[in-house]
Design a protein around this ligand. Structure first.
Ligand SMILES: CC(=O)CC(=O)SCCNC(=O)CCNC(=O)[C@H](O)C(C)(C)COP(=O)(O)OP(=O)(O)OC[C@H]1O[C@@H](n2cnc3c(N)ncnc32)[C@H](O)[C@@H]1OP(=O)(O)O
Ligand SMILES: NC(=O)C1=CN([C@@H]2O[C@H](COP(=O)(O)OP(=O)(O)OC[C@H]3O[C@@H](n4cnc5c(N)ncnc54)[C@H](O)[C@@H]3O)[C@@H](O)[C@H]2O)C=CC1
Length: 281
């Protein structure tokens, strides 16, 4: 693999692009508006500049990494990529549309991957004529720091596709775990209901925001409290994951907390909008 396409330049797309370019690959980063592309590229520049400042990479290395990333709004620029990783909004219908477009556009050899947090890869793959070449490559936030990648096999993913993806993930310095498709996979099925439960504890007036997070940091040794983690992930993403778990399993234990819904409706999505359970500037 040489050229990797990333669709979506948000929280995850920009982190994935940076990580892959730092491993020597050529990256094309696509979003729907130039503004979003520019914001993604600016975030990468900021992260790389911090790495130079901390003497983790040289200024020349930073320039080389930046030089390997091209931003675009044109999906057609991804046509000759060996692998495309989709990291757009967590909504099935939007993802399906993008996979259909990519399938029509790309070489038959191109592997199409989704970074979805919880959705069915099998369903996404049905919109393509290459369901054997579709899988989930699920990174964790913040991508440059987090070691894990869940590799999600749909019912139709070919063994060859899985093995190529595994080799790629190891080449970029991440640790893959193999997961058979199921709602929320492994990590999010455990982690996001925990964040949702913390929202319920707040909603029921049992403890305040700071108390809940301090309790879990000092009482369970979590690096971030569950509410701060919800803000890092994005409360819209957390709600979308809870809705997938609730709808797919049909089990009331996954019901989203009404407070989570209220915050998303208000646009208080966490770090990316400057306000969630906490405020950011
Ligand atoms: C929703 C999904 O589908 C799946 C998910 O991603 S769920 C979310 C999974 N993520 C987590 O659980 C993260 C839990 N939190 C943590 O591990 C830590 O809080 C953290 C790594 C995010 C930050 O660590 P911290 O000690 O609290 O803060 P800080 O000291 O600023 O950062 C630690 C290091 O991470 C780096 N870092 C932090 N945020 C970063 C970012 N966005 N990009 C790049 N590097 C970052 C810092 O530069 C720092 O590096 P050095 O120590 O080498 O200087
Ligand atoms: N935020 C997180 O912690 C994690 C999120 N994910 C998943 O990654 C995906 C992206 O999430 P985030 O980066 O958090 O979202 P985000 O909201 O930060 O970014 C999404 C980006 O996709 C763009 N987009 C929407 N439709 C598009 C299209 N058709 N073509 C190109 N770009 C398009 C938007 O303009 C936006 O810039 C979601 O599926 C999410 O569930 C996975 C792991 C962790």
């Amino acid at each position: 693999m040489k050229k990797i396409g990333i669709v979506g330049a948000g929280t995850m797309g920009s982190g994935i692009a940076q990580t892959i370019a730092q491993s020597g690959y050529e990256v094309i980063l696509r979003d729907i508006e130039q503004d979003f592309v520019d914001q993604g590229l600016a975030k990468i520049e900021k992260n790389l500049a911090r790495s130079v400042q901390k003497e983790r990479i040289s200024a020349a290395e930073k320039d080389a990494v930046s030089g390997r990333i091209t931003g675009t709004t044109e999906l057609s620029k991804l046509a000759d990529a060996d692998l495309i990783i989709e990291a757009i909004t967590e909504q099935m219908e939007i993802k399906k549309r993008v996979f259909q477009e990519l399938d029509e556009l790309c070489s038959p050899e191109t592997i199409l991957a989704s970074n979805t947090s919880a959705l069915s890869i099998t369903e996404i793959a049905t919109t393509t004529k290459r369901p054997d070449k579709v899988l989930g490559i699920h990174f964790f936030n913040p991508v440059p720091v987090m070691k894990l990648v869940e590799l999600i096999k749909s019912i139709t993913t070919a063994e060859e596709t899985f093995n190529k993806a595994k080799e790629f993930v190891e080449k970029i310095g991440k640790t893959p775990v193999e997961v058979n498709e199921a709602p929320g996979f492994v990590v999010n099925r455990i982690l996001i209901p925990m964040i949702n439960e913390a929202a319920f504890i707040l909603y029921e007036g049992i403890a305040k925001v700071d108390e809940i997070d301090t309790a879990m940091k000092l009482g369970a040794n979590h690096p971030l409290g569950p509410l701060a983690l919800g803000d890092l992930v994005g409360l819209d993403v957390c709600l979308a994951i809870m809705e997938t778990l609730y709808n797919e399993f049909g089990d009331s234990k996954y019901r989203p907390c009404p407070l989570l819904r209220k915050k998303v409706r208000a646009g208080h999505l966490g770090r990316k909008t400057g306000r969630g359970f906490f405020e950011y500037n």
